[in-house]
Design a protein. Structure first.
Lengths: 483, 432
């Protein structure tokens, strides 16, 4: 029984693997200071930004690629990547009518209909979208509606032009370019991304969302997202991503920074569905991402929720620095690996302020020949009085050729801290399956039910719009999988 | 020459020492040279070494060290380290077997205790020696294999059941800074049963001692072995204690490690479950204070199906001390139907103490049940309140709670009453 169902699951196709035939404006392959100047010039950046890029690049040259993660892959050839690729024609878009119809079709195929969004009035629709294809942001919706409330939501490139004071103040304040190998690379060559600023006391009326799409071949995607929540504000932010099916491994190295001020809250949700490679592990995206938020002032909160189903190799640790007193950090994750996928993901919770709290719930599911690791750090610094952490990391194994691993690090330097960590590894119990089947639920549905129940704690945290997509995704990759 | 010595790193010094003394070592020169090469490749671990990131080994190996000591303790001094009423005593003084103080005459049938130099020609010894502790897996295994000079070989014949526990006492009493490399090999044949107590003591220690001890234990099919480690060194003593165990089918092995003192204590406990239906128990208790650094590393390697392992480590951390627990459960592809559990609990009592825990699961088989849990906290204020409401002073309420916390590990000692009582007394004294 088990092989049959597993087979089925392995054969389930990647739905977003098409390529859009759209003309692109590419930079030549390779990485050097000239390329960085080229990108900077293309984006018409001020000098300080170019200086920052070059500083990061020179630092990056001194670094070696990290190898501590529990993943193995051929080292990307950094000279064989196109660092800038923009869908043509790049003109300032005033209305949706000017958007290339091919592009619109692409996003309709992906289930994001810009047209439909346009038809709905701003009050009724709940999502504003910034769409990033390869190196540039192609369209941001509902900008005007948001601006009425004082919310700035635009592409990163635009923010550099229009709000340099905010960029200067916050960019690199959470993830400095010296942070790690891929953060340094991103700082040198990042092309676009989203920028979001929520002013004092504003509760963002709709979900903000960025949709990332890799389209061109031979390119890498290096985007940067910066979210700032000023005093007493709230925003829920969504991120989704897909890529075409190709035999080559494409590199995606992003940086996401979040800053929350007093009493502010940011909820960041990701459904990561980059192309995972084929059944034999050929192709797929290398997803090396640095995501970090800082609860800068008291009573603020940052919550990460992620559903990771794509990418050939994932290397990602959304973290929270709990600096303000009474601040809260959360991390909810479902990571699914299949075929030859490898994921090394988790979080870091750095408790610095008093009465800080953090919760980590991580659910890993591995099938096929994949390896799925949780790697997390909880650090309670001296002086972080009454800090509290609870972590739970569960792994579910399907088949005997995959691996599930847990590597938690817990470092405590304060006697008032209370820290708990639990982890379990198991398969779907025969008795659970039997229970469902004896009530007339067939095998496939029973497994779907059990897996959904297993992930429920995390899926519940997703905003409505994403929960549906995530559940569908889980269904595609896991419905009918075996215990 | 003097000046040259000063600028040499600890690693270079160790290599130079090996070159000058290798001709006086009696056996296995080739193996030792290989081990030295493995040592030189790995080097002394520093803070960047993942496996040693929480202990500052470099610091405790700084300065000049001798490699043996001629200091002799009196029989009375040695006797003071014995706490079991009835035991077969093996004394290892400054890394060398002391035949006068050991009580190894008229051993029960089936039990054989030899010094390493006597054992070189023994068939069973040559079959097992250095076959399990891999010189490339850890730098201190390599260092020990290169330098090992003292220690004992203990052999239990098939079906030998030894009622009296064997107490191996490691004593450091050096008068100048010394590195000691002690090595023991214990082979327990099929169906045999035995209990070992290894204690680490310092007596009249006037300089720093750095003890790097390695015990290899072979547990053949159906054998039952209990192994106790009592670590009692003073604040001049640093201890790297590696225990490499291999278990065969249907055997039962339990290890109990009690770390009561010592300036730096690093325990590496590696158990390989190389057979089916094996049971392994790992229990540990560490009570740290002062500037003590205690680091417990355990590795449970499930290689075959249908085995059980159970691990419980608890610690109470006071003053500026730091404690680390790093436990790894490794379940290989073939090891289906494995049950592996791991638990680590800590109480942090002081503002300057540190706890690092790293419980890890690495699992490649699907039909398994594995879990780990760890918790760190302070003494429960509600519990203290409950006791105080019943007339106990705050100090005695805390003492009672800490005692209760420790007793879970203490009570896992079965059938060794004098050891239990001795530890009970030591622990009670600590909480006063």
């Amino acid at each position: 029984m088990s092989n049959e169902v597993l087979e089925e699951q392995i054969n389930s196709d990647y739905k977003y693997g098409f390529v859009t035939d759209i003309e692109a404006d590419n930079a030549p392959k390779g990485l050097n200071e000239d390329i960085i100047r080229f990108i900077s010039k293309k984006k018409n950046e001020p000098n300080w930004m170019l200086e920052y890029r070059l500083k990061a690049f020179r630092y990056w040259l001194t670094l070696d690629e990290p190898h501590w993660a529990h993943v193995s892959y051929p080292q990307p050839n950094f000279q064989d990547i196109i660092y800038y690729s923009a869908p043509k024609p790049k003109v300032q878009l005033n209305s949706l009518d000017e958007v290339d119809p091919e592009l619109l079709k692409t996003f309709e195929k992906l289930g994001i209909s810009i047209e439909e969004q346009k038809r709905l009035s701003g009050v009724e629709s709940r999502i504003a979208v910034d769409i990033v294809m390869d190196s540039i942001s192609v369209k941001t919706t509902f900008k005007e509606t948001l601006l009425e409330k004082g919310i700035i939501f635009c592409s990163f490139g635009e923010a550099v032009q229009e709000h340099p004071e905010l960029i200067k103040k916050y960019m690199s304040s959470v993830v400095p370019y010296t942070d790690n190998f891929y953060a340094a690379l991103n700082s040198a060559v990042f092309t676009d991304g989203s920028f979001c600023y929520i002013p004092k006391g504003v509760r963002c009326p709709m979900e903000l969302s960025t949709y990332f799409r890799i389209n061109s071949s031979g390119t890498g995607q290096f985007e940067r997202t910066l979210i700032i929540a000023d005093e007493g504000s709230y925003v829920s932010y969504l991120e989704g991503c897909t890529a075409p099916m190709r035999d080559e491994n494409q590199l995606h190295a992003a940086v996401v920074e979040i800053v929350t001020h007093k009493n502010a809250e940011v909820k960041y949700s990701t459904v990561q569905n980059w192309y995972p490679g084929d059944k034999n592990g050929k192709g797929g995206i290398f997803n090396f991402v640095t995501k970090r938020g800082i609860c800068l002032e008291d009573n603020s909160k940052i919550s990460w929720t992620q559903v990771e189903t794509g990418s050939a190799v994932t290397w990602k640790y959304p973290s929270v620095i709990l600096k303000g007193d009474n601040s809260v950090g959360e991390f909810y994750s479902v990571a699914v690996t299949n075929n030859y996928q490898q994921a090394d993901t988790g979080t870091k919770m750095m408790h610095l302020g008093k009465n800080t709290r953090s919760t980590i719930i991580s659910k890993g599911i591995s099938a096929g020949f994949s390896n799925n690791s949780y790697r997390g750090l909880v650090r309670i610094s001296k002086g972080a009085t009454n800090a509290r952490n609870f972590s739970q990391c569960d792994s579910l194994l399907m088949g005997d050729k995959c691996g599930a691993h847990t590597f938690p690090y817990i470092e405590i330097k304060d006697k008032t801290a209370v820290v708990e960590h639990e982890a379990t590894t198991s398969k779907i119990g025969e008795d659970q399956l039997f229970y469902c089947k004896s009530r007339g639920i067939d095998n496939e549905k029973a497994i779907g039910l059990i897996v959904n129940g297993y992930c429920k704690e995390v899926l519940n945290k997703l905003p409505m719009e994403f929960a549906v997509e995530a559940q569908k995704l889980l269904a595609v990759s896991l419905e009918g999988s075996v215990g | 020459m003097e000046a040259e010595l000063k600028t040499m790193t600890t690693k270079d010094k160790l290599i130079a020492e090996f070159e000058s003394s290798k001709n006086s070592l009696f056996d296995n020169i080739q193996l030792r040279e290989q081990a030295l090469e493995a040592f030189s490749k790995q080097g002394i671990p520093n803070r960047k070494s993942e496996e040693y990131k929480y202990v500052n080994i470099e610091l405790s190996m700084k300065g000049d060290f001798a490699f043996s000591s001629s200091k002799k303790l009196s029989a009375k001094q040695i006797e003071s380290t014995q706490f079991l009423k009835d035991a077969i005593i093996v004394v290892i003084e400054n890394g060398k077997f002391n035949s006068e103080s050991s009580k190894v005459n008229s051993l029960p049938k089936g039990l054989q205790i030899l010094t390493i130099s006597e054992a070189v020609s023994d068939e069973s010894y040559t079959k097992h020696y250095t076959k399990y502790a891999d010189i490339n897996s850890d730098v201190f295994i390599a260092l020990n294999t290169a330098f090992a000079s003292g220690g004992v070989f203990i052999h239990l014949a098939k079906s030998a059941v030894i009622e009296t526990p064997i107490h191996i006492i490691h004593i450091s009493s050096v008068s100048e800074n010394t590195i000691l490399n002690t090595r023991n090999l214990i082979v327990v044949e099929e169906n045999a049963q035995v209990q070992f107590v290894e204690s680490y003591e310092t007596v009249d220690l006037s300089a720093k001692s750095f003890t790097n001890t390695l015990t290899e234990i072979v547990v053949e099919a159906n054998a039952i072995v209990s192994h106790f480690k009592i670590q009692n060194e003073c604040e001049l003593g640093s201890l790297i204690s590696t225990t490499q165990v291999v278990q065969k089918g249907k055997s039962v092995f339990s290890n109990h490690t009690f770390t009561l003192s010592g300036s730096l204590v690093r325990n590496n406990l590696n158990i390989v479950l190389d057979g089916e239906h094996i049971e392994s128990h790992l229990n540990g208790l560490y009570l740290t204070n002062g500037n003590q650094v205690v680091d417990n590393h355990t590795l449970v390697d499930h290689r075959k199906p249908n085995c059980n392992s159970n691990e419980l480590y608890k610690g109470i951390i006071e003053d500026k001390s730091s404690a680390t627990f790093n436990g790894k459960i490794y379940v290989r592809k073939d090891a289906q139907k494995t049950n592996a559990f791991q638990s680590n609990k800590n109480i942090l009592l002081s503002d300057d103490g540190t706890i690092n825990t790293k419980p890890q699961l690495e699992i490649y088989a699907d039909d398994v049940k594995c879990s780990h849990g760890t918790s760190t906290g302070k003494l429960d204020v509600d519990k203290i309140f409950y006791l105080r409401a019943r007339g106990l002073s705050e100090a005695s309420a805390k003492k009672l709670l800490m005692h209760a916390f420790a007793s879970e590990v203490l009570d896992s000692i079965k059938g060794m009453e004098d050891l239990h009582n001795y530890l009970e007394e030591r622990i009670s004294k600590r909480f006063e």
